[in-house]
Write a protein that binds this ligand. Structure first.
Ligand code: GUN
Length: 278
């Protein structure tokens, strides 16, 4: 039976340490989160971020715009936050409505306040092997979780499934920088099981039920980034826990694995940007 990679426990440990650090600051870090529209999942994420930020002493505000806000209005709000000295971290919750260019919005964030690490400046630094101001939250959380359990990365074959800008691409790059041998798989990959069978570490970030025990090498490590509700309304990940946890040596659960680590990383990034701004 695999060891559970407990994201909640590590989140609590990291946040406790961070809170002690924030207690010592005279002026507190401030995170501004922009939410556009009524996407139920986004609303839950944003509220969770707000609750945790406030709990550990980060000033946090949610700026909620209606679905039909114009791109111009949104860009002008970001400009205002860029110029506001009290704000040191800006997050625009994705996805955005279709009439708004995600690219224009992300490009408009000051890279020094880009808490997701998604601006071309920070993303470009990451992909050229240089240090960005901060690393994207979910990939950073995944690496913190692997490190907490002393899971070796250098020289290991890591299979990343999913090529999103938020998870797949940046996590692959960060693992490459840690000397992993990385294979990227995606929706057009043929013979996925043949590839996963050779993986020492699997990172699945698809949002579909795709990984079963029979696709795994004995003793592998599984990071399940997927989170969605199945037909019966149960929250689940990409990985069939029942069969996979019998073959793997470590497995991250859903919920309680990567999700809490993403929020912990956001708080860490907010404080890192704050300290850089001093
Ligand atoms: N939507 C889903 N994940 C994320 C994330 O990490 N950052 C932002 N801004 N939006 C998201």
């Amino acid at each position: 039976m695999a060891v559970i990679l407990d994201g909640k426990k590590l989140r609590d440990k990291l946040l406790e340490k961070l809170q002690k650090k924030i207690d010592k600051f005279e002026v507190k870090p401030k995170l501004s989160v922009i939410l556009v529209g009524e996407n139920p999942a986004s609303k839950i994420y944003v509220n969770n971020k707000q609750k945790i930020a406030q709990k550990i002493g980060i000033n946090s505000e949610i700026i909620h715009f209606s679905q039909n806000i114009s791109e111009k209005e949104l860009l002008s709000k970001i400009e205002e936050l860029n110029n506001d000295k009290a704000v040191n971290a800006i997050l625009v919750q994705l996805p955005l409505p279709e009439h708004i260019s995600k690219e224009n919005v992300i490009n408009s964030i000051n890279p020094a306040k880009d808490v997701d690490g998604f601006t071309p400046y920070n993303y470009g630094k990451l992909f050229s092997g240089e240090k960005p101001n901060v690393y994207p939250c979910t990939p950073k959380g995944i690496l913190l979780l692997l490190d907490e359990y002393n899971i070796e990365i250098a020289g290991k074959h890591v299979v990343v499934i999913g090529r999103s800008n938020i998870v797949g691409r940046p996590v692959a790059q960060m693992l490459l920088d840690r000397n992993a041998t990385v294979t990227m798989c995606h929706s057009k990959t043929q013979n996925l099981a043949q590839i996963t069978k050779t993986a020492d570490i699997i990172i699945s970030a698809v949002g579909k039920y795709i990984i079963k025990g029979e696709m795994l090498k004995s003793g592998c490590v599984i990071i399940d980034v997927g989170i969605f509700k199945d037909e019966s309304g149960k929250t689940r990940g990409d990985v069939d826990f029942e069969t996979s946890s019998k073959i793997a040596s470590y497995i991250s659960p859903v919920p309680g694995g990567v999700g809490p680590m993403t929020i912990a990383s956001l708080m860490l990034n907010t404080v890192e940007l704050f300290e850089k701004s001093l």
